[in-house]
Design a protein around this ligand. Structure first.
Ligand code: NDP
Length: 465
């Protein structure tokens, strides 16, 4: 690749989260001169304050179940005390290890690492400033032929009286003590996942959300089944409700809801969405445009309204999931420096919500598919084998959504143990556009829950026309 020495680097990536790191590494691998600026922590939200620590905490929260369930299998196990401090320390150690891996991966790829807060002087020049988390960072000015904004997002706080008493997912991973009573506001990904975590760890959990069912946008059958599963987990759900204020009463926090009730707890967790991190970036010194919600507008090549300035991941107006950011970063680096056009299927991006049991899905919901025409629905609800002996009241729900005209499986959904692990494989089938007959001719693995996806023969209903 010919060097353009009129710039310090060919590519400057702002933000060392999942998307930014992938973009920088792939670009460097193609021979580009690449720099990355990071203001806070290497690895971004997913590694430090998101997917990774969350999953470790979900796993921690499930050990109590295993102890209880083991009795039905003949074990005389006793549940000891749970040590929150020990979990947080172990989790922090693992995250430090991952931070180190991110740094060494970038260094090995030949990427120049800069610590500081990036600010656009113009569309090709960035100055880095020290940040509260990196106060000694040396300010630098760096010019780049192309710049990628991969700054991610940050939790939104509700604009209500007393919001300052609440924490968000940014603080929850570092709590010094485990709260005994938690009120979680929001029935989206984070609200549901933390309701599961805290309930599993033995806290009393109140979950408040403004819809009748959790996870707006997911398949209705799955939402209904999840609602039941949340009840079974012992979480108190306050549906069609929103907080109006939070006040401190001695050591307690009292959340007042718009239905008139009060919820008294030790900790309030706001899980009401995230907003893109663009403040202070100096976008006004470029032609980059943002939506009303502040998301950076990009075209299908991830390019902003400013030629040569790109944006990927949560800071954009596209689907905000880690693997999507990674794919966007990879595609962009390939296109800019290797001129290859790899094909990816964003339409069949699988999703998982790590409640206990988890919910996972790929493709269309029944409601979405029915808008396109007649849709065959296959449903199966059963008690997983483990719980025939454990005695735990937990059901698995599986669902296939099939376009009647083409017989293509356009959606697969599951609430049940290992749903996320299982959905990855089904996502390949749905991405490949396989038909119900292809599922039917696939031999199951016995005895598993997964085999149900290839043995559902009787159509439950037809939807749409
Ligand atoms: P979500 O968008 O998933 O959910 C937000 C929740 O807050 C919804 O229940 C929403 O209600 C509610 N809400 C929003 N505004 C208000 C308001 N003003 N008053 C009352 N309720 C409100 O956001 P999360 O914060 O849970 O997660 C942020 C994003 O992070 C997710 O969308 C996802 O992209 C990502 N994520 C992914 C995970 C995964 O892949 N497993 C895990 C965690 C996060 P309503 O539905 O009515 O709008």
């Amino acid at each position: 690749m010919p060097e353009d020495t009129s710039y310090d680097v060919d590519l400057l990536v702002i933000g060392a989260g999942s998307g930014g790191v992938r973009c920088a590494r792939i670009a460097a691998g193609h021979g580009a001169r690449v720099a990355v600026v990071e203001s806070r922590h290497w690895g971004g939200t997913c590694v430090n304050l998101g997917c990774v620590p969350k999953k470790l905490m979900v796993q921690a929260s499930e050990y109590g179940d295993y102890v209880q369930d083991s009795h039905g299998f003949g074990w005389n196990t006793e549940q000891g005390a749970f040590d929150w401090g020990k979990l947080i320390a172990a989790k922090d150690k693992e995250i430090s290890r991952l931070n180190g891996i991110y740094v060494s991966m970038l260094e090995k790829a030949g990427v120049r690492l800069l610590t500081g807060f990036a600010h656009f002087e113009n569309a090709h020049t960035i100055v880095t400033k020290p940040t509260a988390l990196a106060p000694d960072a040396k300010p630098e000015r760096i010019t780049a032929k192309q710049i990628v904004i991969a700054t991610g997002s940050t939790p939104s706080k509700l604009d209500i009286v007393g919001a300052e008493f609440a924490i968000t997912s940014d603080e929850v991973f570092g709590l010094k003590e485990m709260p005994k009573r938690v009120c979680i506001i929001g029935g989206g990904y984070i609200g549901i996942e933390f309701a599961g975590i805290f309930a599993g760890l033995g806290a009393k959990v109140d979950l408040v959300y403004r819809q009748a069912l959790p996870l707006r946008g997911f398949d209705e059958d799955m939402r209904t089944a999840l609602h039941e599963a949340i009840d079974q987990r012992g979480v108190t759900q306050h549906v069609k409700a929103s907080p109006t204020r939070i006040r401190k009463d001695g050591d307690d926090l009292v959340v007042t809801l718009d239905n008139g009730s009060d919820v008294t707890v030790d900790c309030v967790l706001l899980a009401t969405g995230r907003h893109p991190k663009t403040a202070g970036l100096g976008l006004e010194n470029t032609r980059v445009r943002t939506t009303e919600e502040g998301r950076i507008e990009v075209d299908h090549h991830s390019e902003t309204a400013e030629p040569g300035v790109f944006a990927i991941g949560d800071v954009t107006n596209r689907l905000n999931l880690t693997p999507v950011a990674i794919a966007e970063g990879h595609i962009l680096a390939d296109r800019l420096f290797a001129h290859t056009a790899r094909s990816w299927s964003f339409d069949t991006t699988p999703k998982a919500v790590f409640f206990t049991p988890p919910l996972a899905s790929v493709g269309l919901t029944e409601e979405e598919a029915a808008e396109n025409g007649a849709t065959d629905i296959y449903l199966s609800k059963f008690r997983p084998m483990r719980h025939t002996l454990s005695g735990r009241e937990r059901r698995t729900l599986m669902k296939l959504v099939v376009d009647q005209a083409t017989q293509k499986v356009v959606g697969a959904h599951m609430l049940g143990e290992d749903a996320a692990e299982l959905m990855q494989g089904l996502a390949i089938a749905v991405t490949a556009g396989l038909r119900k007959a292809d599922f039917d001719r696939t031999i199951g693995i016995h005895p598993t829950s997964a085999e149900e996806f290839v043995t559902m023969r009787t159509r439950t209903r037809v939807r749409g026309s």
